[in-house]
Design a protein around this ligand. Structure first.
Ligand SMILES: [Zn+2]
Length: 329
């Protein structure tokens, strides 16, 4: 993989690894993910890789950004910016695809794994330049993006981090699948997710965690996307998964995993679905203080959940920033 080779060559240059910050919030609980201040990257950093669905080679670079600017993608080949926001999501069938407001042709696919890495590492503000229609898949997890972020370093900014505090439960459903956000007594986002697949190697799996920098890095970031062997041909015929391989996805054939190196975690599948949820929820534009509960939920439900939450101004507020109003306007 080009992207991973590039990452390997950068290993020597890895410097400035941030310590994990712990601050104490007003409610006496520790705040992770960089504490109560906004953070950006200390330096710019680049890599190259392949788009999972397009199969195209894509160059990616991450840059520091000003306080309150959020995560903003830029299609450098089109000269168009696409803010990483839930209301710019235009397709959720195979990955989370965003598009420039008012220009639905200017799309960017598979944003969820890099969004999860940025959220999991406590990066509030960054510009992400990409010269093609899709974020490179790298190894199918968030770990290479975490490595890039660590190489760039993290910089505290002189601006408070206002979180979206969930005030009342919001729930969306599709058949037996559902996704909910509820108020929490915790200081950050907690997640509880269950999945059920006919493939015997997956079956039923459940996982719960509170999102912290350390927990994300250890337990979630390395977990790869997956696909069923029987679905690959249909995806290919639909023009998708052109860049897919055993190097960037787990391939499942009922009771077997086809990847020679096996799984990174026994329950890597549900953990990857949690990674996706963390990335999708990061499109709220700010960290969420709430409890996420999902069953068989995916990109579509995750996005509907954010839309439902943020459309209901009685269901949330910006914590710690009295007077600041709506993100969803
Ligand atoms: Zn994924």
């Amino acid at each position: 993989m080009d992207g991973l080779a590039t990452l390997d060559s950068m290993r020597d240059r890895r410097a400035g690894l941030d310590r994990i910050d712990f601050e104490i919030a007003d409610n006496g609980l520790p705040v992770h993910l960089g504490g109560t201040s906004q953070h950006t990257l200390r330096n710019s950093i680049s890599c190259a890789g392949t788009g999972l669905h397009s199969g195209r080679k894509v160059g990616l670079s991450l840059h520091p950004a000003a306080p309150d600017s959020g995560i903003v993608f830029r299609r450098t080949d089109l000269g168009i910016q696409i803010p990483a926001r839930f209301d710019n999501v235009v397709d959720t069938r195979f990955s989370t695809v965003i598009a420039a407001p008012g220009d639905p042709q200017a799309r960017l696919g598979t944003v969820e794994h890099i969004m999860a890495a940025l959220a999991g590492c406590g990066i509030d503000n960054a510009r992400v330049d990409v010269d093609g229609p899709e974020i490179p898949v790298l190894d199918g997890s968030s770990a290479p993006f975490v490595f890039l972020i660590d190489c760039a370093g993290r910089e505290r900014q002189a601006a408070p981090r206002g979180m979206i505090e969930v005030l009342r439960p919001v729930r969306v459903e599709a058949g037996e699948a559902f996704a909910e956000l509820r108020p929490t007594t915790g200081a950050s986002l907690s997640l509880s997710l269950s999945i059920a697949f006919p493939a015997r190697v997956i079956g039923r799996q459940a996982y719960s965690m509170t999102l912290t920098d350390r927990g994300f890095r250890r337990e979630i970031a390395p977990c790869r996307t997956f696909t069923m062997l029987g679905e690959i041909e249909a995806l290919r015929q639909a023009g998708l998964a052109q860049g897919g391989s055993l190097d960037n996805a787990i391939v499942v054939d009922d009771e077997r995993v086809l990847n020679p190196s096996g799984l990174r975690r026994r329950d890597e599948f549900v953990r990857h679905k949690m990674l996706d949820a963390i990335g999708d929820l990061a499109l709220a534009g700010r960290a969420i203080r709430g409890a996420f509960i999902g069953h068989r939920s995916g990109h579509g439900l995750n996005n509907r959940l954010l839309r439902s939450l943020l459309a209901d101004t009685a269901a949330w507020r910006i914590g710690g920033e009295a007077g600041e109003s709506s993100l969803a306007a």
